[in-house]
Design a protein around this ligand. Structure first.
Ligand code: ADP
Ligand code: 5GP
Length: 211
């Protein structure tokens, strides 16, 4: 059986560029990564499509998914539910794909509890002013919602020490490369290669028995 894929959670303040980074990563390394599509009760932004950025659900539908244990984790973020469907993540990991969840911090911690070998990565812009500039520049939220997201960012910043990696998104291209190399380096961890290590041990034993 092939090696199981690596599960990575990418979090970061709203507007830090997570969505943009993920899009570039998938484009640059086609077939290597599987990006989980979350369910949410928030409204689609202009240009977002059901089943592409999110599965857009009513509150009733979302609560039904919770009841059926169809989500690995879910959380509330600025008045809406967001959650990760289980089936896709588990099947892609088994198929050896490196799976990425782009989710907020409460969800990230729940995933780490459930799958302790998860890589937790936090993406940040180079500074707070730049964050506000990107959020305003994106032009998809009202000033009220932007303010709510910025105050949520203060809380989120207090949780960064729970993560394994802190990656600055300044020059987009460099950031995409950094994310890719962190995940790929994880494949070399001893704890992720126990089967192969045991196999080589057995093979080596074969030599000494033959002497
Ligand atoms: P998130 O998914 O984290 O909320 P987005 O990917 O929507 O953030 O990015 C927020 C805004 O910042 C978008 O308008 C995007 O084009 C812009 N952006 C993303 N990365 C960079 C970067 N490295 N430099 C400048 N602007 C960026
Ligand atoms: P947005 O509305 O900007 O798309 O997402 C808002 C926040 O919800 C972001 O921090 C995003 O990472 C997070 N999020 C998206 N999907 C999920 C999910 O399935 N679970 C959790 N816990 N957070 C999510």
């Amino acid at each position: 059986m092939g090696e199981r894929g690596i599960l990575t959670v990418v979090s970061g303040f709203s507007g830090s560029g997570k969505g943009t980074i993920m899009k570039e990563l998938l484009k640059k390394y086609p077939g290597q990564y599987a990006l989980s599509i979350s369910a949410t009760t928030r409204d689609p932004r202009p240009g977002e499509e059901n089943g592409r950025e999110y599965f857009f659900k009513t509150t009733e539908e979302f609560e039904q998914m919770i009841a059926e244990d169809a989500l690995i984790e879910y959380a509330q973020y600025v008045n809406h539910y967001y959650g990760t469907p289980r089936e896709y993540v588990e099947s892609q990991l088994s198929a050896g794909k490196d799976v990425i969840l782009e989710i907020e911090i409460q969800g990230a911690l729940k995933v780490k509890e459930r799958y302790p070998d998860t890589v937790l990565m936090f993406i940040s812009p180079p500074g707070a002013e730049e964050l506000k500039k990107r959020l305003v520049g994106r032009g998809t939220e009202t000033m009220d919602v932007i303010d709510a997201r910025l105050s949520r960012a203060v809380e989120e910043s207090l949780g960064i020490e729970n993560y394994d990696y802190f990656v600055i998104n300044d020059v987009l291209e460099n950031c995409v490369e950094e994310v890719h190399s962190i995940i790929q380096n994880e494949h070399s961890r001893v704890s992720r290669n126990i089967n192969l290590i045991n196999q080589i041990r057995e093979e080596l034993k074969g030599f000494s028995e033959g002497e």
